[in-house]
Design a protein around this ligand. Sequence first.
Ligand SMILES: *Cc1c(COP(=O)(O)O)cnc(C)c1O
Length: 484
Amino acid sequence: MLKTSEETLDPENWQDFRLQGHQMLDDMFDYLENLRARPVWQPIPDQVREVFHQPLPARPGDLREAHATFMRDVLPYAIGNAHPGFMGWVHGGGTPVGMLAEMLSAGLNANLGGREQIPVEVERQLVRWVRELFAFPETASGLFVTGTSMANLISVLVARTSVLGKGVRQAGLSSACRLTAYTSVSAHVSIAQAMDMAGIGTEALRKIPLNDQFQMDTAALEAAIAADKQAGMTPFLIAATAGTVDVGAIDPLASIADIAERCGLWFHVDGAYGALGMLAADIAPLLQGLARADSIAFDFHKWGQVPYDAGFVLVRDGALHYSTFASPAAYLQREARGMAAGSPWPCDFGPDLSRGFRALKTWFTLQVYGSQKLGRVISNTCALARYLRQRIESEAKLELLAPVALNIVCFRYRSSDRINADIVVAIQESGIAAPSTTTINGQLAIRAAIVNHRTKTCDIDALIDATLSFGADIERQAGQGTHE
Ligand SMILES: *Cc1c(COP(=O)(O)O)cnc(C)c1O
């Protein structure tokens, strides 16, 4: 007789498991309810890091113990973007609703590559909502991806199909085609990476200078396109940014749309966090021209507050998007009925076959909070940025380094770059707040990106106070600056 086992990975005692599960849920509710009382971030002790250098466990461990390790050694040492004092880089805060939805999708363990299932229908619902939000036609396609980096890559590949035809997928790029693309010097690095991964190369990406509002200079853009045409290149793509990482500037989208139309170029918008400004009544008018894009890349996990990860790509010409990725395979045969129905499938619009149910946490977020409340959260992060600007302008020791277009504020303590970098590290290590740094016009900037729905004016005040007091301390220690 063949020997098989009755063993599965389900609990032997569901009652015990249930109790443990409820405890885990309660611990996360406690964490979210009392976040403000914790440090935003804290340095990782060596012995905590060592916990994760243990050899591969061969024998079963205890769930209760694994959870205790999580509570003791993982949870306190995360980067802290759920915390109201987190203002580094551009990170969303997540929500309790999103957390619960993640649990539901993990329980269901749906694979959203395709096939006849309502989870795919939920993703299609999201595609329809996104189309509606950005005033795109019904023929537009959309897809959840990890993040805007992947969405930018997909967009560059569709733009490549638009100029070279889908034969490029078989023939590859011949060195003769000499494509060129255009973005601003402040574009996210993922645009250049997309050019690299698409086989076109980063040297074919022209980085257009900025105007005094830190937006792409459209006169320089037109000149660069003309010069490349003159030189026998084939300009094919403009990648504008709605909400730059450094300062939150929005490129002049309507003028860029005009240029793209006039020159016959693909108009892509990297709206990683900024595009969802469409949800906010006071931000939407700043995004004029976005509705004319050929493709938009954005993240629900930033301003949309959906837990990581939830990126999205929207393409105006859904047929072109399909023809860029769809790949027939015997085991992916489609049928009119049965479980292999419902073609086209999400896997026909991107490089991933197996895909998680990112659509569910996004659906829950929109369903439970509604677009208006999410829009108010977005508006409020911008109002807090203006409040921060005011506080900076009223402090003699502080200096604003860039205009505040949206929710990002770049400033500095009037001292050296080294001291500003040290101030940021000191604030991070204090756990009071979490700004990051960038470079503006050659100067090191303290950068606060207010993305989190939990951030309030008291968090802004704490950032200012910490900057001033650490600044004074560090200057004193360094023996430079004004001695009182
Ligand atoms: C965050 C960001 C990206 C990258 O998005 P991921 O979701 O991290 O891949 C790209 N562009 C801009 C403007 C961003 O802010």
